[in-house]
Write a protein that binds this ligand. Sequence first.
Ligand code: PMV
Length: 339
Amino acid sequence: MFPTLSAESCHEPDRSRSLSPPDPMTTTTATAPGKVILFGEHAVVYGRPAIAVPVAKVKATATLTDAPAGTGCTISAPDICAHIRLSSHQQDPLALAVRLAIEEACIEADPDWQITVSSDIPIAGGMGSGAAVSAALANAVFTHSGFPAHSRSDAETVNRIVYAVEKLHHARSSGIDNTVVVYEQPVWFVRGQPPQRFEIARPFHLVIADTGIASSTAAVVSDVRRAWEKNRERYESVFDNIGEIAVAARQAIASGDVNALGPLMQENQRLLRQINVSSTELERLIAIAEDAGASGAKLSGAGRGGNLICVVESESVGKVQKALQAAGAVGTVVTQVGS
Ligand code: PMV
């Protein structure tokens, strides 16, 4: 884990960097994967367990290059037409990720860097795009600045930074997105507790399909909150049931009982419908996936749009993927959970 550096342990900023351009210009590239929540979204905000896995086939990439002296730090995200000067955008999510990493590494506040960030993770699609971008940025800053003892295993500091940025997006963030994206491992997650790894006795396939409908996690989480406030007993009981499904799914995954996962996904989806976070398009694509041979399917992430996930036996993967594409899914990804 990263040591948290105290003010005393900071290095003196290297002033020579502002006198002459670095020679040679160096470039650092860092990435972070997407993620899907297998079981437990929304209930996880209310303390129930959830299971999430990284999806390495999609990723965010940050490229950091030394810039001419005196030009300061700029962050470009061509995908979202953003071009940000670090010194004047302290509360922008991209700028916050970089600024917190700079503070942690105790380097000068406005280094001469050009940072470009790109991502093939659908934005607002429930696949952790925001968390992955923040993680890639923080990793790029640490690697480039030679932050003491930085290595991929020292993820705790990056996780803390990414969680702080997630809370800009939605204040009630459970912390599951940043955890799975930063640790790049399947996680059993309970809010406020250290994430746990769990055993995957037998690998299984997921087909992930994008409805193409952007969904604001903050808006959906707020709607659920309002409904919970009006009817706590009913919502707490649904969250209990979702938590029980996560427990059963963990046992099934750890014992290699892959056949149990489809029905558990169907049951989780039935409960998500009850808290009004599904949508006509999600339901249509879920039905098509199950007709094409998926053992079970559900929305993943906040819902109302974004992505659905289907657990599929290997021989049916192609058929399910084609059926979803033919039905209008704007993108599909096939991933294996476990190796
Ligand atoms: O839509 P995403 O990928 O940000 O996932 C949100 C998951 C929720 O459980 C709905 C919220 C949370 O913070 O856990």
